[in-house]
Design a protein around this ligand. Structure first.
Ligand code: CDT
Length: 322
């Protein structure tokens, strides 16, 4: 049986504060229809695809921002997307802010099958930015204030393959892809909102596109999986977000990439069987990996320079020799 999936990376342009959910869902439905016309089995939307990237603002009372969160999925505003997807027979991946019935807030993505049935849900693990209001920044990045972290990376049997999800900052961490890869992941879906300006170190601004390609491509290659990275791009409320949504093959090669900062669909034929070219050879995990040498990966979070190294570098007075 063919395991070639036609996948659309459905980048969106900016979503402004004044845009309603209905406005946004209309744009997503238009992209979905383009995907259907292009023969897509699956259309991948960005992180927090229903609203502006609200963690760029501080509010004293977090509850004042609960209106950015979805309390049901689908809800009345998002049901047209689900209905159209089922009518067209196209599955989709969608990022949104989730508020659970018991009051928990997550940065979430869902996967929906071609018949409209739910295939999986993921809550973002790596929450970037800061907890407190930092007025020196041009804009805030308060994901650590508005969201709780999710508890892990799962894969799902969907679209005839093994599919995983991650969200934005997760894509910068090799552990994300490896934990998915260790579960046989053949395609990772990753939405993002990446400000081009990085206030703690502006020297990284010109490298944003390079770093995006670097992590998507290395994650794909080192784990023998397809990676679909999809941006919300363009200038959103004065903050420029990176585009360059890409579909990357298990070889690490880019098979499709957006060239605008607006709503744009790019499509690639993704042969899931190509994963075995890498998973069964150079990256045959069970044959080559040495988990006994990797204890630090799960045993510690921060850097711990071994004592013998510290003392070799320090003079008796505790200062460095050179
Ligand atoms: N949305 C998101 O995770 N963005 C981050 C910005 C990092 S700077 C605070 C990213 O890794 O692209």
């Amino acid at each position: 049986m063919s395991r070639v999936l036609t996948v659309g990376a459905a980048q969106t342009g900016p979503i402004q504060l004044a845009d309603t959910r209905a406005d946004v869902v209309e744009r997503l439905v238009a992209l979905l229809r383009q995907g259907a016309d292009a023969g897509c089995d699956l259309v991948v939307f960005p992180e927090l695809a229903l609203t502006t990237f609200f963690p760029r603002w501080w509010v004293d009372d977090r509850a004042d921002f609960d209106h950015f969160f979805e309390t049901e999925m689908p809800g009345p505003d998002t049901k047209p997307l689900f209905d159209e997807a089922a009518r067209l027979g196209v599955g989709f991946h969608l990022g949104y802010a989730e508020l659970t019935p018991d009051g928990h807030h997550y940065n979430t993505a869902i996967l929906v099958e071609r018949d409209g049935s739910p295939a999986g849900r993921y809550r973002k693990v790596h929450l970037p930015g800061h907890h407190e209001h930092e007025p020196w920044r041009e804009f805030q990045h308060l994901e650590r204030y508005y969201f709780e972290p999710g508890d892990g990376f799962s894969v799902f049997g969907a679209f005839g393959g093994i599919v995983g999800m991650a969200i934005c900052n997760d894509r910068r961490w090799p552990e994300t892809y490896r934990v998915l890869g260790l579960q046989g992941c053949e395609m990772a879906l990753i939405g993002y909102n990446t400000p081009v300006h990085y206030p703690p170190d502006p020297s990284q601004d010109v490298l944003q596109g390079f770093h995006n390609g670097l992590v998507l491509q290395s994650g794909a290659y080192q784990n023998g999986m397809w990676v679909v990275g999809v941006a919300k791009a363009g200038e959103e409320e004065g903050c420029l977000l990176l585009g360059e949504s890409s579909i990357v093959a298990p070889s690490g090669e880019v098979r499709a990439r957006c060239t605008t900062d607006g709503d744009e669909l790019v499509v690639a034929e993704c042969d899931l069987d190509m994963c075995s070219n890498y998973k069964d050879t150079l990256f045959n995990f069970s044959y080559y990996r040495r988990p006994e040498a990797y204890g630090r990966i799960t045993g510690q979070a921060g850097v711990e320079v071994p004592d013998n190294v510290t003392s070799a570098l320090e003079g008796d007075d505790g200062t460095r020799d050179r």
